[in-house]
Write a protein of this length. Structure first.
Length: 327
């Protein structure tokens, strides 16, 4: 199978009539038409074998994840997905790999009305780079720089399971099979919070997606917004390390393993966002409308840096300092 057969067979579909895609795969450029009054939101993410995924990962989940991490960036900006390009380096044109990869990729694309509009295909070590294009009403993109003193800090979904799965796959922890399966699902099939992101336009003051770990990523918001934050650690770990912490309560594992996963583990692709305390009802409405759980985990403070508080509101000393890259 040659390069052009491969593109035709796995990655070419006609543009959806009446959509933002005027010209799709097959020409020198794709041509996109955002709706009147909309701005383009653009983001790229690359997945490299050995760095972002294991060589033997299920190609269907890899196709899903490659697009999911990009859609997550659109979600964080409150943008509506329009289309994406796929730059692919492949060691060989192997249908047994390409077929499930394309299936996982395009199933998620269809679920979000995000069309594959072009790309590049070359031989080389496996490397997947996607660029997504979305639209957002002029001036309404959610940014990292809008957090205000007194705002609540919220997070969607659950945190920590992807990190736990990674540790298990690397042999650092042992998980019961059923729990490993659930955690692995979170690592390999992340859910981009696209509907929540759009529902938070006009409600959230700042937002970003958690790809590198809650505390590290929240640090970007603090820096851009020139503010500090307090995080209620017991809420974050109790509510957010979903299945795993429940297991830990049964004594299968300890909080020492879970705490770093929930606070500093990457790959969850949840949204962390801030909103004025007066907008709590609006945040809950956005949560209901998008069918996505949200949890309030702290607040923005005038004092710079990030403080972790225990159940009684006292700062957590010593060993938690390593999670605080910004104090
Ligand atoms: P050019 O040489 O003009 O850059 P190519 O020969 O690389 O074009 O690609 C031919 C067409 O196929 C282009 O429309 C390009 O966007 C598309 N394409 C190439 N690789 C992919 C891919 N992996 N997925 C989707 N479209 C692709
Ligand atoms: Mg090309």
């Amino acid at each position: 199978m040659g390069e052009f057969d491969l593109i035709a067979r796995y990655f070419t579909r006609p543009p959806v009539p009446g959509s933002a895609v005027a010209v799709g795969v097959g020409d020198d450029c794709a041509v996109l038409q955002p709706a009147p009054g909309m701005q383009l939101a653009v983001s790229s993410d690359m997945l490299v074998q050995g760095r972002h995924f294991f060589a033997d990962v299920d190609p269907r989940s890899l196709g899903h994840k490659a697009l999911a991490v990009n859609l997550s960036d659109l979600a964080a900006c409150g943008a509506e997905p329009l289309g994406f390009t796929l730059a692919l380096a492949l060691p060989e044109a192997n249908p047994a790999w390409l077929e499930p990869f394309a299936h996982g990729l395009l199933a998620l694309a269809d679920a979000h009305g995000c069309q594959l509009v072009g790309g590049d295909t070359t031989a080389g070590p496996l490397n997947i780079c996607i660029t997504v294009f979305g639209q957002v009403p002029r001036g309404q993109a959610l940014l990292r720089s809008g957090a205000q003193v007194g705002d609540d800090i919220w997070v969607s979904g659950t945190l920590g399971d992807a990190c736990l799965a990674l540790q298990a796959l690397q042999g650092q922890v042992t998980l019961p099979p059923e729990l490993l399966e659930r955690a692995r699902q979170r690592l390999e099939w992340p859910t981009p919070r696209v509907a929540l992101g759009q529902a938070l336009r006009g409600v959230a003051s700042a937002a970003l997606d958690v790809s590198d770990g809650l505390l590290g990523d929240l640090g970007h918001v603090l820096k851009s917004s020139r503010v500090g934050a307090e995080i209620d650690v017991h809420i974050t770990t109790d509510l957010l390390a979903s299945g795993a912490l429940q297991e830990s309560a049964k004594g299968i594992f300890d909080a020492e393993t879970m705490m770093p996963c929930a606070l500093a583990g990457g790959d969850d692709y949840e949204l962390v966002f801030t909103a004025p305390a007066a907008r709590r009802a609006a945040v809950q409405a956005a949560s209901s409308a998008s069918g996505t759980q949200v949890t309030r985990i702290g607040r923005i403070t005038p004092a710079p840096g990030l403080r972790l508080l225990d159940r009684t509101g006292q700062p957590l000393p010593g060993r938690f300092a390593s999670f605080d890259h910004f104090a």
